[in-house]
Design a protein around this ligand. Structure first.
Ligand code: S3P
Length: 178
């Protein structure tokens, strides 16, 4: 049985790598945000608008515990998931956890063009976005660092980079027999 959790900041490439990795490994892919959206028939933005971040975090925790029971899956969680409740301990107890580590300038470049659907970023100017990423990463790093593995998510810009990253991640996780 395999259960792999991909964690890391928004824009780290959790969904991009998770999807490709699951396919290569013959595992099912689950993106926790998408799972929440389909279970509740609402977008993440709508959930934030209606229930605030606190309400979202509660739902996120509950859904994490649901998908965290599934077998033979790659689960990419939200950027904030590891930082609330005992979610990081839970993931570590349920499977292999990976921190997709990406340098701030790369995150900034990726998020500049993909901030609209992310409630925490959508209204920020470029300057505010950069400052927000810097301070959020500082606060979140201690949680992300509790993941069992650290993997460089900085090379996911083309098909061939993604394929190489998939192979490298496979090698990293195969060191472990869990
Ligand atoms: C969040 C990250 C998002 C989503 C929500 C909050 C965060 O997921 O869960 O907008 O707090 O970092 P992605 O990391 O998949 O964008």
């Amino acid at each position: 049985m395999k259960r792999i959790f991909l964690t890391g900041y928004m824009g780290a490439g959790k969904t991009t790598l998770g999807k490709a990795f699951a396919k290569a490994m013959g595992l099912q892919f689950i993106d926790l945000d998408w799972y929440i959206e389909s279970r509740y028939h609402k977008t993440i933005r709508e959930i934030f608008d209606e229930r605030g971040e606190e309400g979202f975090r509660q739902m996120e925790r509950n859904m994490l515990h649901e998908v965290g029971e599934f077998d033979d899956v790659v689960i990419s969680v939200g950027g904030g998931t590891p930082c609330f409740f005992d979610n990081m301990d839970y993931m570590n107890s349920q499977g292999q956890t990976v921190y997709l580590d990406v340098a701030i300038p790369v995150l900034f470049r990726r998020l500049k063009v993909a901030k609209a659907k992310r409630p925490l970023l959508k209204d920020k100017s470029d300057e505010e976005l950069l400052a927000f990423i810097q301070s959020a990463l500082e606060q979140r790093a201690p949680f992300y660092q509790q993941a069992r593995y650290r993997f460089d998510g900085g090379h996911l810009e083309s098909r061939s980079q993604i394929a190489t990253s998939v192979e490298e991640l496979r090698e990293l996780l195969e060191q472990d027999t869990m």
